[in-house]
Design a protein around this ligand. Structure first.
Ligand code: PRP
Ligand code: MN
Ligand code: MG
Length: 181
């Protein structure tokens, strides 16, 4: 089989660089939630790697739950249509909720999701995203924890897919245009 990394135009962040930033975010979260029980909510499927590494970098007790929403379909452009494919198991009443995402692109998914979770009676709802594309923002969202701001290019790896592929890359890279053109 071909090496997955051959489809990258450029590696933006190596596995080691990602882990270093995740460890820093975890330290901030540990500090901010020192006296609170937090429920971390991973947004399937992209946030699986961030959840796995962030949760293990946290020193405090956390509960973990998952939601599946989809906004992209199989293309490279955000459609703005958010669907719940799997809802949370947890009751959010009086809980401190931290949504964990791989990327904020247009912001449409998270602005919808944050409002949806806020309507369920939680004590607080904050957002942690590994990546954010400031140039692609279509809505303003208040994000408490951001790993890295990146250019407006199509990135894959470390959970991020193109047509369900490349999620298993240990690094984050820019997809070579020949792959999708
Ligand atoms: C991707 C990504 C974010 C969202 C960001 O998920 O993982 O959840 O899009 O885009 P936005 O800010 O423009 O809304 P996707 O819908 O592709 O589902 P997936 O996580 O299963 O890949
Ligand atoms: Mn996603
Ligand atoms: Mg996707």
């Amino acid at each position: 089989a071909q090496d997955v990394k051959d489809d990258l135009e450029e590696v933006l962040y190596s596995a080691e660089e990602i882990q270093t930033r995740i460890d820093e975010l975890a330290a901030e979260i540990d500090r901010d939630y020192a006296d609170k029980d937090v429920l971390i909510v991973g947004v399937l499927k992209g946030a699986v790697m961030v959840m796995a590494d962030l949760s293990r970098a946290l020193k405090s007790h956390v509960s973990m739950d998952w939601m599946a929403v989809s906004s992209y379909g199989s293309g490279t452009k955000s459609s703005g249509v958010v669907r719940i494919l799997k809802d949370l198991d947890a009751d959010l009443m009086n809980r401190h909720v931290l949504i964990v995402e791989d990327i904020i692109d247009s912001g449409l998914t998270l602005s919808w999701l944050k409002a949806n979770l806020e309507s369920r009676g939680p004590a607080s709802v904050e957002i942690c995203t590994l990546l954010r594309k400031p140039e692609a923002a279509k809505v303003e969202i208040d994000v408490k924890y951001v790993g890295m701001d990146i250019p407006n290019k199509f990135v894959v790896g470390y959970g991020l897919d193109f047509a369900e592929k490349y999620r298993n890359l240990d690094c984050i890279g820019i997809l070579a245009p020949h792959v999708y053109e």
